[in-house]
Design a protein around this ligand. Structure first.
Ligand SMILES: NC(=O)c1ccc[n+]([C@@H]2O[C@H](COP(=O)([O-])OP(=O)(O)OC[C@H]3O[C@@H](n4cnc5c(N)ncnc54)[C@H](O)[C@@H]3O)[C@@H](O)[C@H]2O)c1
Length: 444
C-alpha cells in the first residue's frame, strides 16, 4: 500500500494526537468527529483542551496539507485504507465499558469498507471487542457486499500531559491481529520504530510487538492495572510508614532503586485519577467476574486509592478539629500536571468532601480556570497566594512544577492559619517550616 489514506474516527485526546502525529510522519490523515463543533475547531487549528505542544503540532500538520478534519463521514472515509477508531469507552453498567460510541463508529464506517481496508481499534476495549467490531461491521454491510477487511488491535499508551512524546517516542507499539491486517498498520509506524522522521531521537528504540487480538486487548488493561496497583502499593507503604515512624520519602526511592522495581509510579500522594485508571481497572475486574474469577488484587488497588483521597480530609480534621467555616485553599485541580482534564481528579473529590463538611474552599490551578457547576461555590484564585488569602490551611493536590517555586514567606503571610498539607510530597518542607508553617505530607 503506497501512500495509504488514513482516517481517525473520534478526535478527542487520543484521536487528535494520533491524527497529528501520523500526519507529522508524512501520512495523509483525515480526522472525523461526529461532534461538528470539535471537527470545525480542530480544522481551524484550535484545540478544545490543553495538551502541551499539541496546538503547535496541529497547526504545523494542517499547514503541511497532510492533515484535515471533518464531520462528514464521506470526506473522511471514502477510499480509506486504514481507519483508527479512537472514540470514548466510558464505564458503563456493571463496570464494563459502554461501547455505544464504538458501535456508532462501526455503523458509520461500514458502507465505506473495501477489500483490504484495515480497521484499527485504538480505543481501550475489553477482550473480544475486535471480534465484536468485526461482527458489527459485517452486520451493517449491505446483504450483497462482503469486502475482505481486517480488524487490528493497537492499544494506546499515551499519557495526557506528555501525549506527543509518548506517541512519537514510545517504549513499545502493540499490534494484535492477523498478518494481512497488521502489515499495513506496522508500515505506518515504521518512521517511529526506526526513529526516522524530522524530530526523531537516536537514543529511542521502540519495540514493535505483534500479538493475537485478545492478547493486545489484554496488554492495555493489564498495563494500566499494574501502574494503578503500583501507586496504590506506594500509598499503602506510606500509610504504614506513618504508623511506625518511618519516612516514605526515604523508603520508596530506596525500594525503586532496585532495577526489578523502578521508581516510576512509586510515590506516595493523594492517589491516582484521570479518565483511564479507574475505568480500566474496573473493566478488568468486570471481565474477571464475567468468567467467575474474583480479581482481588485489582479490587484492593481501587479500595486503597479511595481511602487515600480521604487521607487529606482526615489530616485536616485532625489538625483543624472542625472543618465547618474553615477556609481551605487547594493548589492544583487537574488530575495530574500538564493537562486540564478533571475526569476523576482527586482535587474534585477533595473539594466535594470539604464543601460537604462546611469548609470555605478556594483553588488555584495553572490551567484549569473553571469547575463543574456542582462546585460553583469554590472560589477560583488568580495565583497560589490569592488562593491562600486568609486560609486556615493550604493543601497541594496536583504537583504542577510551578508549585515547587512557591515563596514560603509569601504563602505564610497570605494565610490566617499555619497548616500546609503537601499531598504529593514535592515541597521543600524545611523551608516552609522556617517560614512558620506546620507542614504535613503523605507517609511521614
Ligand atoms: N485520554 C487518555 O489519556 C487515553 C490514553 C490511552 C487510551 N485512551 C483510550 O482511548 C479512547 C479515547 O479516549 P479519549 O480520552 O480520547 O476520549 P474523548 O472522550 O476525549 O474523545 C472521544 C471523541 O470521540 C468522538 N466520538 C464519539 N462517538 C463518535 C462517533 N460515532 N463518530 C465519530 N466520533 C465520535 C467524540 O465526539 C469525542 O471527540 C478511550 O477508549 C480511552 O480509554 C485514552
Amino acid at each position: 500500500m503506497s501512500n495509504p489514506k488514513v482516517a481517525v474516527i473520534g478526535t478527542g485526546y487520543v484521536g487528535s494526537v494520533t491524527a497529528s502525529c501520523l500526519a507529522l510522519l508524512g501520512h495523509q490523515v483525515c480526522g472525523f468527529d461526529s461532534d461538528a463543533t470539535r471537527a470545525d475547531q480542530l480544522a481551524a487549528g484550535q484545540l478544545p483542551f490543553y495538551e502541551p505542544g499539541l496546538a503547535e503540532l496541529l497547526r504545523e500538520t494542517l499547514a503541511s496539507g497532510n492533515l484535515r478534519f471533518t464531520d462528514d463521514p464521506r470526506q473522511a472515509l471514502e477510499d480509506v485504507d486504514v481507519v483508527f477508531l479512537c472514540v470514548g469507552t466510558p464505564t458503563g453498567a456493571g463496570g464494563n465499558p459502554d461501547l455505544a460510541q464504538l458501535a456508532s463508529a462501526a455503523w458509520t464506517l461500514a458502507p465505506y469498507l473495501r477489500d483490504g481496508t484495515v480497521v484499527v481499534n485504538k480505543s481501550t476495549v475489553p477482550v473480544g471487542s475486535a471480534d465484536w467490531v468485526r461482527t458489527l461491521l459485517e452486520e451493517a454491510l449491505p446483504r450483497n457486499a462482503a469486502p475482505a477487511f481486517h480488524v487490528v488491535s493497537n492499544p494506546e499508551f499515551l499519557r495526557e500531559g506528555s501525549a506527543i512524546e509518548d506517541f512519537l517516542y514510545p517504549d513499545r507499539i502493540v499490534l494484535g491481529g492477523d498478518g494481512d491486517g497488521v502489515g499495513p498498520v506496522a508500515a505506518l509506524y515504521v518512521p517511529i520504530v526506526t526513529q526516522a522522521f524530522p524530530r526523531a531521537r537516536t537514543e529511542v528504540v521502540p519495540q514493535l510487538i505483534t500479538t493475537d487480538l485478545a492478547s493486545a486487548e489484554m496488554i492495555k488493561y493489564a498495563a494500566n492495572a499494574f501502574l494503578a496497583m503500583k501507586i496504590s502499593f506506594a500509598n499503602e507503604v506510606a500509610n504504614l510508614c506513618e504508623l511506625v515512624g518511618a519516612d516514605a520519602r526515604q523508603v520508596l526511592p530506596a525500594i525503586g532503586a532496585d532495577r526489578r522495581i523502578g521508581t516510576a509510579f512509586l510515590s506516595a500522594g493523594v492517589g491516582w485519577g484521570g479518565s483511564c485508571f479507574g475505568k480500566d481497572v474496573t473493566a478488568l475486574i468486570a471481565t474477571g467476574h464475567d468468567y467467575g474469577y474474583s480479581p482481588d488484587l485489582l479490587r484492593a488497588s481501587i479500595e486503597v486509592n479511595k481511602l487515600q483521597r480521604a487521607v487529606v480530609i482526615r489530616k485536616l480534621q485532625r489538625e483543624l478539629k472542625i472543618l465547618k467555616g474553615r477556609r481551605v485553599a487547594i493548589l492544583g485541580l487537574s488530575f495530574k500536571p500538564g493537562t486540564d482534564d478533571l475526569r476523576d481528579a482527586p482535587a474534585i473529590d477533595v473539594a466535594h468532601r470539604l464543601i460537604a463538611a462546611g469548609a470555605v474552599v478556594s483553588a488555584y490551578d495553572p490551567i484549569v480556570k473553571q469547575l463543574p457547576p456542582d462546585l460553583a461555590g469554590v472560589r477560583i484564585a488568580s495565583d497560589p497566594y490569592d488562593a491562600a488569602h486568609r486560609a486556615n490551611a493550604v493543601v497541594l493536590i496536583t504537583e504542577w512544577p510551578e508549585f515547587t517555586g512557591l515563596e514560603p514567606a509569601r504563602l505564610a503571610g497570605a494565610m490566617s492559619g499555619d497548616l500546609l498539607l503537601d499531598g504529593r510530597n514535592v515541597l521543600p518542607d524545611a523551608e516552609f517550616r522556617a517560614a512558620g508553617l506546620r507542614v504535613l505530607g503523605v507517609g511521614w
